[in-house]
Design a binder for this molecule. Structure first.
Ligand SMILES: Cc1cc2nc3c(=O)[nH]c(=O)nc-3n(C[C@H](O)[C@H](O)[C@H](O)COP(=O)(O)O)c2cc1C
Length: 175
């Protein structure tokens, strides 16, 4: 097999932000695999602060679509997974939970591709007013941050895969 055809490479390069979904729900097995992959992400000091809220209830998805100012596609998503991080116990200034959450979210998007779904990363943390609007909808405790939401479903749009890289942003041995 040509190296470029490797399914992992194809999943990474083919991942695009898909914001239009077919009206199809996800099977339980898909949900389970997505969660397994989510929790397989690396974690600083192996602290594993992340929690996932799986949202499939149509009314909840509609509420989130309304609350997230660039998340209207949530209304049509087969499911959404909100990646949250419990920050209690982290020393002052240690925000490794952000990186942990990002790794979880990216794992979900890549795993979704492997299962024939597409999706988009919707930022929540540090974004007002969506953060304040979404927290009560998802009922997250005060010490928990919502890193972001993966809106997922079968694609109703296509986009070209990524190809190549910006050479001016690659430095050899030092910047
Ligand atoms: C941290 C982060 C936050 C993002 N937030 C949003 C968002 O709120 N709404 C949205 O439609 N896309 C969001 N995106 C998706 C980006 O717009 C998208 O990744 C970018 O345009 C590049 O396109 P691509 O994902 O197809 O490569 C976010 C991506 C990242 C990494």
């Amino acid at each position: 097999m040509e190296k470029r055809q490797n399914p992992v490479i194809q999943a990474i390069l083919g991942r695009r932000s898909i914001r239009s979904f077919q009206p199809e729900r996800a099977e339980e097995e898909i949900r389970e695999i997505l969660l397994e992959c989510a929790f397989a992400a690396p974690s600083a000091h192996n602290r594993r602060p992340c929690h996932c809220i799986v949202i499939e209830d149509r009314e909840q998805l509609a509420r989130l679509a309304e609350a997230h100012d660039s998340g209207k596609m949530l209304d049509k998503a087969a499911l959404a997974i909100a990646v949250c991080a419990e920050t209690a116990g982290y020393p002052e200034g240690d925000r490794a939970w952000v990186e942990d959450g990002a790794a979880v979210l990216q794992n979900i998007l890549l795993a979704a591709r492997g299962l024939g779904l597409e999706g988009v990363w919707l930022k929540v943390m540090d974004r007002s007013p969506r953060n304040e609007k979404i927290r009560p909808i998802l009922n997250v405790p005060g010490t928990v941050h919502i890193i972001g939401i993966a809106a997922l479903g079968r694609a109703a749009e296509t986009k070209d895969p990524h190809r190549g890289y910006p050479e001016e942003k690659v430095h050899r041995d030092r910047w």
